[in-house]
Design a protein around this ligand. Structure first.
Ligand code: ADP
Ligand code: SF4
Length: 680
């Protein structure tokens, strides 16, 4: 039963000629499927509609070959050729009563046109806005502008043919030709499309008007607009030109979908931003327009959602990541099951997949992007004849396996050595900025506690003999991993003997409470978030800290989670010194030497009190070796970090996957469905 306090979230809202059934709005976001894997993308979005999102949006959809963003897997509506798969997408969203939206886009000087081979187009003669891509954009002349408007209009007509209810005009993220025309930074024209704000906004206004003319009889026309840019010189500000643009165009679109730019600001991780972090920039919009407004900010708190609607800040609760972590968030609220929501933890693993060009993965939702290819559902699992199953280790892998098995009907016993569940999630969520990661545990522990067929033993470090004697039909070992202390990492693959007098620590030591003082060196040969967190912890404890990495970049993988520049800024603000392209060479007395990663020539020697080595991890799998002596191997599954150390997301996925294997699903290597390629 719906809580009366939440009823306001389920009111229908009119958007131009269409009406959304409720206020839950799954905003455009990439899924990594792009135009080459439409089946996965369609099924992922259909799941959100099934889960109750009143509006479900497509990602950036290129309007033509000169808007080509390859290598990034975007969608396309270049020509009539693309209409059928969009029509399928629409049909599958609408059959659940939701509205479907498409975000038409031209990437301007974010397009690379590497696959189409056409010249990149923008307001001015400037390099494309990806530093590593050696290409430039060409200043559009008036006939180019005319052609662009024509193409945008054609794309809108195709979107209407496909059946979309809402057609977007896209001017956000600094990823759009229209935002490049708007911005002083990228628009250096001296004609009627450059100079004054009135001139710079002209093209956006024309395209909005064109789109309304073309499809406004049946489709709502939405604008996605970044009211505030965070990291550029001459940026648009919410209390300056950003507001002026909203005032100038206030009543033209049928809906305002507002956010901040660029993408790293819009999709900020929880390490650097709280729920609702965009509101200080976007909340003015409703005061300026009478049209409905949607805003985002990783909203998962229902009270917050209600207060935003009641307080007149937003008309729709926009969500990308919360709708990935829990596609059924709206229905759970509707059914009065708020405590069942799988809250997004803001880790940006999803973002990293999309940025890396692969279908999205999620730490909280192991079924995402598996809806079509494996037929997985985030809320339903086939019931099987239950067996007694023992799970050893209550980290993310063990908890997820326990939950999946219990939901399938098995009798589950979960034994955890510590007095609390959570494993590495508990330890990592105590590190600076990561408190939201504890939701991985909270969600699963609560669910497990509600189930009659689950028994949890806390403070039980089981030995092989005890496990074998327990008498379960099947045993899952989810005993985690241990950080290596022998300097083996991504670059150095052979162990190094550490001299006895060297204080060499690992992240496990620090997370277990070892204190630091004096000069601390972090050697990061893992290249994800952990090295930077160790530096942060050491700096906060008052140490003189240097972080050294053989990679050309600090915390390289976090470039894909969009955290990397923020990490460098944070470390710099804490006084941490950093050195890149330098690899471990040797310990000598109380010093450590680092050499150039390319030439091997010694570059740096640092006298230190403690060195924290962040490299590879070893799986804690000794129990598996022992157990095989006591029980048949086929009754044993090793999962998560104990099988192969990786991301928390990978551990959750592993637990989920292996539970399904026990249920009889055939999940051998090459079994998942793949989109059919037509060879002509
Ligand atoms: P994963 O990411 O694969 O879930 P974690 O390291 O987060 O791995 O969790 C492993 C958990 O297993 C830890 O909480 C640890 O205390 C627990 N554990 C390890 N060995 C045993 C054991 N012999 N008996 C019970 N629990 C164990
Ligand atoms: Fe949220 Fe992380 Fe899942 Fe992305 S991967 S939706 S940030 S929990």
């Amino acid at each position: 039963m719906i809580d009366p306090r939440h009823k306001i979230l389920f009111e229908p809202v009119k958007i131009g000629p269409v009406t959304a059934p409720n206020r839950f709005y799954a905003v455009p976001h990439a899924t990594g499927h792009g135009h080459t894997q439409p089946n996965g993308s369609i099924a992922l979005r259909e799941m959100k509609a099934e889960g109750g999102w009143g509006v479900v949006s497509m990602q950036i959809t290129e309007i033509g070959p000169d808007a080509d963003m390859a290598n990034h897997p975007m969608d396309r509506i270049w020509s009539d050729h693309d209409v059928p798969h969009h029509a399928k997408q629409v049909e599958r969203i609408k059959q659940h009563g939701s509205l479907s939206a498409i975000e038409l886009a031209h990437g301007g000087i974010r397009s690379r046109n590497l696959s189409s081979g056409l010249p990149v187009l923008g307001p001015s003669d400037l390099p494309v806005l990806r530093l590593e891509v050696p290409a430039q954009g060409r200043a559009m002349d008036l006939s180019d502008i005319h052609e662009f408007r024509k193409r945008h209009k054609q794309a809108a007509v195709r979107a209407k043919q496909a059946g979309y209810d809402i057609v977007y005009v896209y001017a956000a993220h600094d990823l759009s030709l229209l935002s490049h025309f708007l911005s002083k930074r990228t628009n250096q024209r001296i004609d009627e499309y450059g100079g004054s704000l009135e001139n710079r906004v002209r093209l956006l206004k024309e395209v909005l008007t064109d789109t309304k003319e073309a499809v406004g009889d049946k489709c709502a026309v939405a604008i996605r607009f970044a009211v505030h840019e965070t990291s550029y010189a001459q940026a648009m500000r919410f209390d300056g030109e950003g507001r002026d643009v909203v005032e100038m165009l206030a009543e033209i679109p049928d809906l305002w979908d507002v956010n901040i730019a660029g993408w790293p600001s819009d999709s900020a991780s929880s390490r650097f931003s709280e729920e609702g972090f965009q509101l200080e920039f976007t909340s003015f919009v409703k005061q300026v327009t009478s049209k409905p407004v949607v805003g985002v900010g990783r909203f998962t708190s229902v009270d917050k959602m209600v207060s935003l609607i009641k307080g007149g800040t937003l008309d729709f609760i926009g969500a990308a990541r919360p709708s990935i972590a829990d596609p059924f968030l709206p229905n759970k609220i509707k059914e009065g099951r708020v405590e069942d929501i799988r809250e997004c933890i803001g880790c940006n693993v999803c973002v990293s997949c999309d940025a890396y060009g692969i279908p999205v993965r999620c730490t909280q939702n192991p079924t995402i992007a598996e809806e079509w290819r494996r037929g997985w559902h985030p809320e339903k699992i086939t019931k099987v004849e239950g067996k007694p199953v023992l799970i050893v280790g209550g980290g993310p892998a063990g908890m997820e396996a326990a939950l999946t098995l219990a939901r399938s009907g098995h009798q589950v016993t979960l034994a955890e050595a510590e007095k609390v569940l959570g494993g590495r999630v508990n330890k990592e969520s105590a590190l600076p900025g990561l408190s939201a990661w504890a939701r991985v545990r909270y969600y699963r522990e609560y669910q497990l506690q509600q189930m009659a067929n689950v028994e949890i033993f806390y403070g039980q470090a089981l030995e092989a003999q005890e496990i074998a004697e327990f008498g379960a039909d099947h045993v899952f070992l989810a005993t985690g991993s241990t950080w290596r202390s022998d300097m083996v990492g991504s670059c150095l693959l052979s162990p190094v003997d550490t001299p006895k007098d060297v204080r060499l620590l690992t992240p496990d030591d620090i997370m277990n409470g070892t204190k630091l003082s004096g000069s601390v060196v972090i050697y990061d040969d893992e290249h994800n978030y952990m090295g930077s967190l160790m530096a942060e912890v050491a700096a906060v404890q008052g140490c003189k800290v240097t972080i050294v990495t053989p990679h050309p970049m600090i915390a390289a993988w976090t470039d894909f989670t969009l955290d990397q520049p923020k990490i460098v800024k944070k470390l710099t603000s804490l006084g941490v010194d950093w050195r890149v392209n330098e690899e471990f060479e040797a310990f000598e007395g109380s010093s450590v030497h680092f050499a150039c990663a390319y030439t091997g020539e010694r570059k740096t020697s640092i006298a230190f009190d403690s060195l924290i080595f962040v490299g590879a991890r070893l799986p804690n799998n000794h129990l598996a070796t022992e157990l095989k002596k006591h029980m048949p191997e086929e009754n044993l599954s090793v999962i998560g970090d104990a099988l192969v150390p990786g991301l928390i997301q990978a551990a959750v996925y592993s637990g989920h996957r292996m539970a399904r294997v026990l249920n009889g699903e055939d999940l051998s290597q090459a079994d998942f469905k793949r989109d059919k390629i037509e060879v002509l």
